[in-house]
Design a protein around this ligand. Structure first.
Ligand code: ADP
Ligand code: TRP
Length: 331
């Protein structure tokens, strides 16, 4: 049987953070382990363009995401790894799919809907601050996914709707023109679907509550100390469920460490001590990737080369699928 294709993208809109790693990068890398699947991982820079419109920032964030994937273990000889804007076929499919996507479907997409609600609350025009890139964002994402016959798309919870939209668009196309587009499945790990940030809400660049993945040791310690906890006294038993600190700990610690932490929660442990241990495991696991990350960022030429090579591979797959699609519609 053919290996399933696993595809995911991260948009370069800020410094990569722990939520991105745990929710997207780590599961994606695990899925590509042992060549169990064909991994196709990319930097969704055109997705970032609707919000990042500063040349320098755009470049820097793109390199940061690329360096992050590589530092965390992506092997470009095993996984197809590229920058979205280097694969123009995606945009060609984007137009084709746009012509078949009902506008109403986009009206219901959550990022746009949230913006409209915000505008309504503030008494602005409902589309104030909305560009067409934000509005049609899910169609570009559908193109990313459908162009590569993706079977599985590992994402965080907030992206589930977008994968469902990609399925809707594919079904619609197939119904009209015949079966060419494969319906993708999203993959989310329930437990890590939402990694909490410093304030307990979802860790997100848009909330300014993130712990950047490669922040220096001292800053990392400081940030972990800022994670909100309740006022239960140290000796009182604590729930691991719903504890931001435990959620983070679990992602970096070994099995026996997790068990022992569970036990400490049951018996009672001070939050200060938990924070110290959380810092220690995170720092231990990220020390080497951090070193590599800064090394990659020093050599952006090498990053460009890796990405260009990946784009060539991606384009050769994309071209075949695009040809099929165009044939079906009569081009
Ligand atoms: P942000 O919300 O910080 O802008 P992105 O939207 O760029 O993050 O997310 C990139 C990837 O990381 C997506 O697959 C997203 O679902 C995942 N992700 C982001 N934040 C979290 C989080 N707090 N918990 C789990 N996954 C997350
Ligand atoms: N929209 C995703 C996000 O905001 C990034 C993304 C773009 C993506 N294209 C994709 C994720 C295709 C999975 C598959 O995080």
């Amino acid at each position: 049987m053919e290996r399933p294709t696993v595809l995911t993208g991260i948009k370069p809109t800020g410094h990569p953070h722990l939520g991105n790693y745990i929710g997207a990068i780590k599961p994606a890398l695990e899925m590509a382990e042992d060549n169990r699947s064909q991994g196709i991982y990319f930097i969704a820079d055109y997705h970032a363009l609707n919000s990042v419109q500063d040349r320098q920032e755009f470049k820097e964030y793109t390199y940061e995401i690329a360096a992050a994937w590589l530092a965390l273990g992506l092997d470009p000889d095993k996984v197809i790894f590229y920058r979205q804007s280097d694969v123009p076929e995606i945009l060609e499919l984007h137009w084709i799919l746009s012509c078949m996507t009902p506008k109403g479907l986009m009206n219901r997409a959550h990022a746009y809907k949230a913006k409209v609600e915000e505008n309504n609350l503030e008494g602005n025009d409902q589309d104030s601050g909305v560009n067409m890139g934000l509005f049609t964002y899910p169609i570009l994402m559908a193109s990313d996914i459908l162009l590569f016959n993706s079977d599985q798309v590992p994402v965080g919870k907030d992206q589930v709707q977008h994968v469902e939209i990609a399925r809707d668009i594919a079904e619609n196309f197939n119904r009209t023109f015949g079966e060419v587009l494969k319906l993708p499945q999203y993959v989310i790990e329930e437990e890590t679907a939402v990694i909490p940030g410093l304030d307990g809400r979802k860790m997100s660049k848009s909330y300014g509550n993130t712990i950047p993945l490669f922040t220096e040791e001292k800053a990392l310690k400081k940030l972990i100390n800022k994670i909100v906890t309740d006022s239960t006294p140290p000796e009182e038993p604590k729930e691991v469920k719903g504890s931001s600190l435990f959620t983070l700990y679990k992602e970096f610690a070994a099995e026996d460490e997790i068990e022992s932490m569970r036990e400490k929660y049951r018996k009672g442990i001070g939050w200060g001590q938990v924070k110290k241990e959380v810092f220690e495991v995170i720092n231990r696991e990220l020390r080497e990737p951090r070193r590599k990350y800064y090394e990659y960022l020093e050599d952006t030429k090498a990053l460009d080369e890796v990405l260009k090579r990946g784009a060539q591979e991606a384009r050769s797959i994309a071209a075949v699928q695009l040809r099929k699609v165009k044939e079906m519609i009569g081009c």
